[in-house]
Ligand binder design. Structure first.
Ligand code: NDP
Length: 457
């Protein structure tokens, strides 16, 4: 009789939990996973996937408009939000079924219900207790909302994906990934959009040139950006909501969305029963092996305070399975992680921003290309592309690649490989351009931007 019911018990069947569980089972481990909501987690059910489907829907507006410059006659295009949401839901149902099937075929036992840790080797789901040599917490995160009067009148990204009707106007509080992506979706589908941010620019943490350029493009698309505005109260009336900011200014719209960040899901997990305490961000502290302060309990993905990105959760989960069940101790690198913002136009970025590079390196070379993409010569769209390389002035290693413009996420994914291989500016220069493309500019930049920190300028 085995000492434990399972070798691994995973709490949370999102991207990270499923990846860890399946990889562990592939090495012969006896694995169980529990899920209190829908299998697939944030990314599949209420994040990356449905969001991207809505982004595709919003992009058609550009396609219809741009086609006129290419000889197509004007379309009497009509959009049906209900039809889009129904088709999106059907796709999410399909993926949910696929994930359940994948767990089954991998030999992972699925329990429906929220998991609660009872002790260092026991998890309770729906009143039943199971023992496990190792417990993995992969419960993800949940949108947070400001603590101000009337905040209950706001939706979050969860509800934004399931609205019954498209609002005629929306105020989005926040200027991070989710705010900017939904601004593009709602604007593309026809709503008036206001982004309300507390700082000067959108997308803290991204390269400053890209942040400024994106704000310009969003404004050209008719999105209003109200900066240095802190909401203090929200009132709901017959026509929608009014947000009052700290200066007493009132901003009204049919709907208000909170996009002010996400918080790890730890409530009801029973962490106190094993003495795990969360940090100030509400996240579970772990070491490089994803181990918590209890040596039989691990945590991966958004419930920890590392990088809240699906591919990171998956990589952390697989590394853990390799360590525990394949005798191959594995950790992951958080350097050169490519990431995208599916705004309209989108952003792609990998490696260091200029500001980070200047903090870490004595000499930094910057190359930039800003231009109107070929497609818009005939379409007439007033939209520009910005590409930027951040290079270590001493070793000539490329430290960061940043792009705003069509296909930026697709292009930057591939550049991530070059950065991981330690590519230098010379390696970029000796790569033959693929012509005509937008991506070719990354291998054609010759002129350094004058160094603003140089003394003799
Ligand atoms: P972010 O952390 O990206 O952005 C939060 C935004 O809310 C920031 O603009 C922040 O302002 C603002 N904010 C925070 N607190 C307050 C406050 N008290 N008052 C006013 N504004 C406030 O969170 P998101 O919710 O957009 O996304 C969560 C995470 O999910 C992302 O960090 C990312 O890791 C992941 N994600 C990834 C995506 C992708 O890969 N494409 C897509 C969506 C999400 P400030 O900048 O001033 O701090």
């Amino acid at each position: 009789m085995a000492e434990f019911d399972f070798d691994l018990f995973t709490i949370g069947a999102g991207s990270g939990g499923v990846a860890a569980s399946r990889r562990a089972a592939s090495y012969g481990a006896r694995v169980a996973i529990c899920e209190g909501s829908r299998v697939g987690g944030t990314c599949v059910i209420r994040g990356c996937v449905p969001k991207k489907l809505l982004v595709y829907a919003a992009q058609f507006r550009d396609g219809f408009e741009d086609s006129c410059g290419y000889g197509w006659s004007h379309h009497a295009a009509a959009f049906d939000w209900g039809a889009l949401i129904a088709r999106k839901d059907a796709e999410i149902d399909r993926l949910n079924g696929l994930y359940i099937k994948m767990l089954e075929t991998s030999g992972v036992r699925l329990f429906t219900g929220f998991g609660r840790i009872v002790d260092r080797h026991t998890v309770e789901v729906d009143g039943k207790r199971y023992t496990a040599r190792n417990i993995l917490i992969a419960t993800g995160g949940w949108p947070t909302r400001l603590d101000i009067p009337g905040i209950e009148h706001t939706i979050t990204s969860n509800e934004a994906l399931d609205l019954k009707t498209l609002p005629h106007s929306i105020i989005i509080i926040g200027g991070g990934y989710i705010a900017v992506e939904f601004a593009g979706i709602f604007r593309g589908l026809g709503a008036e959009v206001t982004l309300m941010i507390r700082g000067d620019e959108l997308l803290n943490g991204f390269d400053d040139d890209i942040r400024i350029a994106l704000a310009q493009e969003l404004r050209k698309r008719g999105i209003t950006i109200v900066n240095r505005a802190r909401p203090v109260k929200i009132e709901h009336g017959p026509g929608g909501c009014t947000v009052t900011d700290h200066l007493g200014r009132e901003h009204s719209a049919g709907l208000v969305m909170s996009a002010t960040g996400r918080r790890p899901n730890t409530s009801g997990l029973g962490l106190e029963s094993v003495g795990i305490t969360v940090n100030e961000a509400g996240a579970i502290p772990v070491d490089e092996w994803s181990r918590t302060s209890v040596d039989s309990i691990y945590a991966i993905g958004d419930v920890t305070d590392r990088m809240a990105l699906t591919p990171i959760a998956i990589a952390e989960g697989r590394a853990l399975a390799e360590t525990l069940f394949n005798d191959t101790p594995s950790t992951i690198s958080y350097d050169n992680v490519p990431t995208a913002v599916f705004s309209l136009p989108p952003l792609g970025t990998v490696g260091l921003t200029e500001a980070e590079a200047r903090r870490r390196h004595a000499k930094v070379d910057i190359y930039k290309a800003g231009f109107r993409p070929m497609k818009h010569t005939l379409s007439g769209r007033d939209e520009r592309v910005l590409m930027k390389l951040v290079v270590d002035g001493e070793s000539q290693r490329v430290l960061g690649c940043h792009m705003m413009g069509m296909d930026a996420p697709e292009i930057v994914q591939a550049l991530g490989i070059a950065l991981n291989c330690g590519a230098t500016k010379r390696d970029f220069d000796r790569t033959i351009a693929l012509h005509p493309s937008t991506a070719e500019e990354f291998v054609l930049m010759r002129e350094k931007v004058p160094d603003p920190t140089a003394k003799d300028l």
